[in-house]
Design a protein around this ligand. Structure first.
Ligand code: NAP
Length: 503
């Protein structure tokens, strides 16, 4: 079926049926590049969310999905990957309309989503059970991995389909059933995706979808005893609320939260003009890609003092040249912020940075280009002379703001890089590989790039240290999150226990 924004209603999917909300509620979805409503989607009520969970519970318990063979589930994952590629252009278009990111980025997102499905199709086939040698030939002791059960998946707006695919693909591979809740701001690609899941023939009730406000649906989704696992990606404050809501049922929760990611540049990394220009390019891309709305954005430049002035000047020059515009315009290098609310938040942080005494080098305002007046655009912004007492250095701004701190010794660089409550990702640029290895081992972040930035792969774990979260997505651990390990002890020659003497 062709996917067009116009046929995304009715937009709730429960037990294989597409329906509207039980109270008729709807929400307008806005294109952040123009500020205009693109279309209306149905908005679930807490009762709809409870119904979706109850269907997922029933379908899990009757074994129609959990009881399928790995080979069957692998075939579904592969089919979904094929359909994603067939509809790549439409899906990318929808993602761009909804988030504002450029089409080039959205296309990469769809390829990445596809690779996640292909990866888990392959991994599921080999991620096997384990025989345990207990030293008794009559005993077969084995650890088997069983699906964890009913999963609730809550996703953010910056990479709507990508983030939720990191959850859906391993959950399907493991044999779980699920209820998806995309961000209220960006539900479109997830609705379109669920149509593909249906087309692939995944049994009804395995993948259910409700969308609407997290504040309204949150409790119904996260404090429900029928849920076995909640996988959440989003901000720290929401993560805390979900952890608290899940505690009464002792529901397992994995939270993938924000980051305040250091990008550490040593003078030895920029000693010739090419290396200098390449490093500037990586720092620029690391922070301003998708207008900084990336959890792993390198928002803290930590740079050796001897090269800082030159480097920041070059960076500012490049930042001024970034071509901003609608994601649908192929000449745009970055798009608007996802919403007006997000732009207001960024404006508050800029005002705070000035108040805190940071030096505004470039940006700091909306563009004055008339063509961009209706969208929620904000200029790439750099603050120099920052220090770690400032809120703009400590807090995740989630927009196009780079702060610059300076260091003189390696120890200081490492200390600054770890001086954050978050621990999602970090980058180091140095030509001294021994120093680089010391740094990558010393940094307390879930992903560390040495002489690169922002790259990830489906086969390697992703997740945060400290307040950046507690779970791991992608890689083998990303599948294990959706499994329970069960130890089975089979005594093939049973005899008496023989502990108590009287029988
Ligand atoms: P958010 O406000 O925390 O929202 C995330 C999701 O949670 C949305 O679907 C939201 O619904 C829902 N939600 C809100 N309140 C809820 C509640 N009480 N109970 C249950 N769900 C609730 O985050 P965001 O602004 O969408 O996304 C940005 C954040 O995500 C940043 O902090 C970013 O760093 C983080 N992120 C982390 C990663 C990672 O891999 N670690 C990746 C991407 C993004 P509504 O949309 O209706 O509010």
């Amino acid at each position: 079926m062709a996917i067009e924004p116009g046929n995304l209603r009715p937009s709730l999917h429960i037990g294989g049926e597409w329906s509207g909300s039980s109270d008729g509620g709807t929400r307008e979805i806005v294109d952040p590049a123009t500020g205009s409503a693109i279309l209306v989607v149905d908005e679930a009520t807490p009762d709809d969310a409870r119904r979706a969970i109850s269907v997922a519970r029933h379908v899990f318990d009757d074994g129609r999905w959990a009881g399928t063979s790995v080979a069957e589930r692998t075939a579904f994952l592969t089919k979904i990957a094929d359909l994603l590629q067939r509809d790549k252009e439409q899906l990318a278009h929808i993602e761009t309309l909804d988030t504002g990111k450029t089409l080039a980025e959205s296309r990469i997102d769809i390829d990445d989503v596809t690779s996640v499905f292909r990866y888990y199709a392959e991994l599921a086939a080999v991620h096997g059970d384990r025989l345990v040698d207990v030293g008794r030939p009559e005993v077969i002791s084995r650890v088997v991995h069983e699906p964890i059960g009913v999963c609730v998946m809550i996703a953010p707006w910056n990479y709507p389909l990508l983030q939720i695919s990191w959850k859906i693909a391993p959950a399907l591979a493991a044999g779980c059933t699920m209820v998806l809740k995309p961000s209220e701001v960006t539900p479109l690609s997830t609705i379109a995706f669920v149509k593909l899941v249906q087309e692939a023939g995944v049994p009804d009730g395995v993948v259910n979808l409700v969308q609407g406000s997290g504040a309204v649906l949150g409790e119904a989704l996260t404090a429900n005893p029928d849920v076995d696992f909640i996988s959440f990606t989003g901000g720290l404050a929401t993560g805390r609320t979900i952890l608290a809501a899940a505690a009464s049922n002792v529901t397992k929760v994995a939270v993938e939260l924000g980051g305040k990611n250091p990008h550490i540049v040593f003078a030895d990394a920029v000693s010739d003009p090419t290396a200098f220009a390449d490093s500037v390019d990586h720092v620029l891309t690391g922070v301003f890609l998708h207008s900084g709305q990336v959890c792993s954005a390198g928002t803290r430049l930590i740079i050796e003092d001897s090269v800082a002035d030159l480097f920041v000047a070059a960076l500012a020059e490049r930042a001024r040249g970034i071509r901003m515009g609608s994601g649908l315009d192929p000449t745009s290098e970055t798009g608007p912020l996802v919403s007006e609310a997000q732009r207001r938040k960024i404006e508050k942080y800029v005002a705070l940075g000035v108040e805190e005494g940071a030096e505004l080098v470039v940006g700091g305002s909306r563009p004055d280009d008339r063509e961009l007046a209706d969208g929620s655009y904000f200029l790439p912004t750099i603050f120099d002379r920052c220090d770690r007492t400032m809120k703009i250095v400590q807090e995740e701004t989630f927009g196009p703001i780079l702060t610059v701190e300076r260091f003189t010794t390696e120890e200081e660089a490492l200390r600054l890089g770890n001086d954050t409550n978050y621990g999602l990702a970090a980058g180091v640029r140095t030509s001294d590989s021994a120093r680089g290895e010391r740094l990558v081992r010393g940094l307390r972040h879930g992903t560390v790039w040495l002489n690169d930035f922002g790259i990830y792969t489906a086969a390697a774990e992703w997740g945060g240290f400290k307040r950046s979260g507690n779970g791991r997505e992608l890689g083998p651990s990303g599948l294990s999150e959706y499994q329970e390990a069960k130890h089975i002890w089979h005594n093939t020659s049973p005899t008496a226990a023989g502990w108590f003497v009287t029988r």
